[in-house]
Ligand binder design. Structure first.
Ligand code: FNR
Length: 182
């Protein structure tokens, strides 16, 4: 059986290292997973006043896309020691209306990457706090705090010294998805 995984990237810029990294990691994943990038840059800021019978079309597009997937892989930078606002906004949009969260029960993986040494540890763990509440079984080991990401991602993949670790992360994530979907 194959499972469809949403990839959500917490950076909007074209040359995002997080996007490049997760693309390379998707290529290393077991064939039981297929991936679909789901975009979050066009979602209006969450505002309960807009939660009517006709919410913003981008919210509906996002929610509909998310409802169809079996799991979620987050790849995000750290902004000021926490998650970028655009990612938090997507989490909030997907969590509503009350009782119709797109996140509930979906297995999740978190990859954080930065050009510095700390690898987005703060963002990684702040994101985990939301996913606990949203009832998403989240991969705990191995952890993926990818520091100096510019030295990991290459034109056509990842450097040799990181490949086994990153492939191992994807195998562990695939196993988590299987456990929760079977
Ligand atoms: C950053 N950056 C950053 N890096 C980090 O390790 N910890 C941090 O708290 C922050 N804070 C931060 C805030 C803001 C507003 C910006 C724009 C950047 C640097 C960041 O990790 C770097 O720009 C990454 O390359 C961003 O990821 P993408 O866009 O390459 O995926």
């Amino acid at each position: 059986e194959t499972y469809e995984i949403a990839i959500i990237v917490g950076s909007l810029r074209n040359e995002s290292w997080n996007r490049k990294l997760i693309e390379a990691m998707a290529a290393l994943a077991p064939k039981t997973l297929s991936f679909r990038f789901i975009e979050i840059g066009d979602l209006p800021f969450y505002n309960q006043d807009l939660e009517t019978d006709t919410p913003p079309t981008a919210w509906t597009r996002f929610r509909d896309e998310m409802k169809g997937v079996d799991g979620v892989l987050f790849a995000t930078p750290e902004y000021n020691r926490t998650v970028p606002a655009v990612l938090k906004n997507a989490i909030d949009v997907g969590s509503r209306p009350y009782g119709a969260s797109v996140w509930s029960g979906k297995p999740a993986g978190i990859v954080t990457a930065s050009m510095g040494a700390t690898g987005g540890f703060g963002a990684n763990h702040h994101l985990r706090q939301s996913l606990v509440f949203l009832d998403m079984p989240t991969l705990q080991q191995p952890e993926a705090y990818i520091g100096k990401v510019q030295d990991v991602v290459t034109e056509d993949g990842v450097v040799d010294s990181s490949r086994d670790f990153l492939a191992g992360f994807m195998s562990a994530f695939a196993k988590l998805v299987e456990i929760h979907k079977s």
